[in-house]
Ligand binder design. Structure first.
Ligand code: NCD
Length: 343
């Protein structure tokens, strides 16, 4: 597959900027705006490929990618696996439940073991914030964060941005960034790495972000990162262009954070009536997994003209292909690799 994005890209970078200077993708917080736009542009060729009957190419042939998942996952693990395979790499999945982690092996020993197997990229999901950075500091290959604790989930934010951009383009409202757009993210903000990565990504691309949660599920100081906090969902939705709903992450809660799922739905569930408060034609997003009838009603999640939830899943494969491709360019000696040497 011709990497058209690759050849078009140098012009997108500010004069003197290095193309993609990062070995790892551990968070959106490390990326400049033009680097986010670069990854989104790179993903377009993979969106195209993924819509063809034959979806295979050999860009990463001979490379080994290890997906090391220390937490459960459906769409993130599957889409990283599909992404690696479509690029022609050998992909191996390590599920912590069946690994030596259960026998007491430390994270550092696991990292050293993966490194000794000479992986060419390691994708990690872990329940502790910062675990991915720790592993990245111990290995010699690119490391991609597939979600670490309450910290970051960078490929989720990138795929959300790509899905949003495509949905806006389909309506003839497409532009390179999201200047002028208001996005309301509602749910368990306190425990959500998706919320954090999305705030950073959406703001870098010019959107205004409102965060809405019950007081117990709103972290302190969200204003400091430029987001506007709300406890009243109706006020948070007022005139918004996008409603992004998040699940209650019960597995991260110690103790009772909400009175009941029924009460939560009453105050913070996205219903058809509530959606009316948003801008006309506002879009609905959710990273999954959804708890229908709690944070979102089925009739809203399944609205063909408003919900872009399945498009988010589609874009997830393309974004992960782009990230694996870009981060392994140095090892493959491909022009435009991650040291900025455009040949
Ligand atoms: C999210 C995650 O794992 O952080 N899911 C995902 O990656 N699609 C959100 C969640 O688990 O609620």
């Amino acid at each position: 597959m011709a990497s058209t994005g690759t050849h078009d890209t140098p012009g997108r970078f500010p004069a003197g900027a290095r193309a993609f200077p990062h070995r790892d993708l551990t968070g959106i917080g490390h990326l400049e705006r033009h680097e986010i736009l670069f990854l989104l542009a790179e993903a377009e060729q993979w969106v195209e490929l993924n819509r063809q009957p034959s979806k295979h190419c050999d860009e990463l042939a001979g490379l080994t990618i290890i997906n090391a998942f220390f937490e459960n996952s459906t769409r993130t693990l599957l889409s990283f696996e599909i992404a690696g395979k479509r690029l022609g790499a050998d992909v191996v999945n390590m599920h912590a439940a069946q690994s030596s982690v259960k026998k007491g092996e430390t994270l550092i020993d696991t990292a050293i073991t993966l490194n000794a197997m000479r992986a060419d990229a390691i994708v990690i999901r872990h329940g502790s914030s910062g675990a991915v950075d720790l592993i990245a500091s111990k290995v010699d290959c690119p490391v991609l964060n597939a979600g670490d604790g309450q910290h970051e989930h960078p490929t989720q934010a990138l795929l959300d941005a790509l899905a949003l951009r495509h949905a806006l383009e389909d309506r003839g409202e497409g532009s390179e960034d999201f200047t002028g757009l208001t996005v309301t993210i509602c749910g368990d903000i306190l425990h959500s790495r998706v919320a954090r990565s999305n705030v950073l990504c959406l703001q870098a691309l010019g959107a205004s972000v409102r965060l809405c949660a019950p007081p117990a599920l709103m972290p302190a100081g969200v204003e400091a990162i430029g987001a506007q906090p709300f406890h009243d969902f109706d006020a948070a939705l007022d005139g918004a262009d996008v409603a992004m709903m998040l699940r209650l992450q019960s597995e991260r809660m110690s103790g009772q954070f909400i009175p009941s799922a029924r009460e939560y739905h009453h105050l913070y569930g996205l219903t058809r009536e509530r959606l009316e408060r948003c801008a006309p034609d506002a879009l609905v997003m959710h990273p999954g997994p959804m708890n229908r009838g709690v944070e979102i009603d089925s009739e809203v999640a399944d609205m063909l003209d408003r919900s872009i939830i399945t498009r988010q899943v589609e874009m997830g494969v393309a974004i992960r292909m782009a990230c694996l491709d870009v981060l392994t360019r140095k090892a493959r000696g491909v022009p435009g690799w991650n040291d900025g040497q455009w040949v």
